[in-house]
Design a binder for this molecule. Structure first.
Ligand code: PTJ
Length: 266
């Protein structure tokens, strides 16, 4: 299908006025739609994005204090992990490939393609996006995804024996809860970015960052840079003092209070 926003017409940026109040959000939608036309994002990924937009609206489309606390704990956990891995799906690659590659280099964690709707064509397209964004190697493509996560029956079970299979910590976003649960059963720590604090992923992860992955990855990189000089004991202390349930409660309370304020302002 041809995009209605081809370069001859100046692209979507010229169609959305500079001062449009929803400009950033519209440009993001267009980026995902283009990636769907190109084949790396699935149509279901657009539905997932729409659900995320709704939660982001309730969060005020900003990184709140509870998200900063989870970012802190995640930065510390990634720094003390001996084999962290970054799991990448279609939406993540479309939204934040360059930053994911930067994160991967910052903590020396491999990038691994892991898809719910897996097929070889998509694996290769996502690998290409990551390589164009600067990645040297991408795991989980073709025969590399030869290992399986036990007791998981979706295509997400297929993982790299050099990556997620042997990881002690997995960073992921925009995920269904089954794999998060299976990974924690295997004794791995899971850091999940999810705008919905009630999703199964959010409830099952070791650390949930209730925020938009687009805002999270740059903040996480910055926090890792700041914490890099700290000793292991201090990092362990940051991780141990984090309580995921308490943090999810704070996120829900924030949303509820914001809705109350919005109702009163009408
Ligand atoms: O690329 P694939 O084949 O792995 O497929 C990926 C999708 C996204 C289709 C698949 O994992 C899926 O169906 O996801 P769900 O079950 O719809 O869950 C997506 C979750 O991510 C929801 O809780 C959304 O609120 C949340 N979400 C959406 N956009 C963002 C987000 N969280 C953080 N940042 C976002 N930008």
């Amino acid at each position: 299908m041809d995009s209605p926003y081809d370069s001859e017409k100046g692209g979507i940026s010229s169609l959305v006025p500079e001062n449009h109040p929803r400009r950033e959000s519209l440009l993001l939608r267009e980026r995902l739609t283009e990636s769907m036309r190109e084949g790396s994002v699935v149509p279901q990924g657009l539905i997932a994005h729409g659900r995320g937009e709704c939660f982001d609206y309730l969060l005020g489309e900003r990184t709140n204090d509870f998200a900063m606390k989870s970012i802190d704990a995640s930065a510390a956990l990634l720094l003390i992990s001996s084999h962290p891995v970054i799991s990448v799906n279609g939406n993540m690659a479309a939204l934040t490939a360059r930053e994911l590659v930067k994160l991967s280099k910052e903590i020396k964690a491999p990038l691994e393609v892991n898809l719910f709707y897996r097929n070889h064509e998509r694996e290769v397209k996502i690998e290409r996006t990551l390589k164009e964004a600067g990645a040297e190697e991408v795991l989980g493509v073709g025969n590399d995804a030869s290992a399986t996560i036990p007791e998981l029956f979706s295509e997400r079970r297929r993982v790299s024996p050099r990556g997620i299979l042997v990881a002690d910590t997995v960073f992921l976003a925009m995920e269904d809860g089954d794999r998060t649960e299976a990974l924690t059963r295997m004794g791995k720590k899971v850091i999940a970015v999810d705008l919905n604090p009630l999703s199964r992923t959010s409830l099952k992860a070791s650390i949930t960052i209730v925020d938009n992955v687009i805002r999270v990855v740059p903040l996480l990189i910055k926090r890792i840079e700041e914490l890099k000089g700290k000793g292991k004991d201090e990092l362990v202390q940051i991780v141990n003092s984090f309580d995921n349930r308490k943090n999810l409660r704070e996120a829900l309370q924030f949303m509820s209070e914001r809705l109350n304020q919005l109702a009163l302002s009408l």
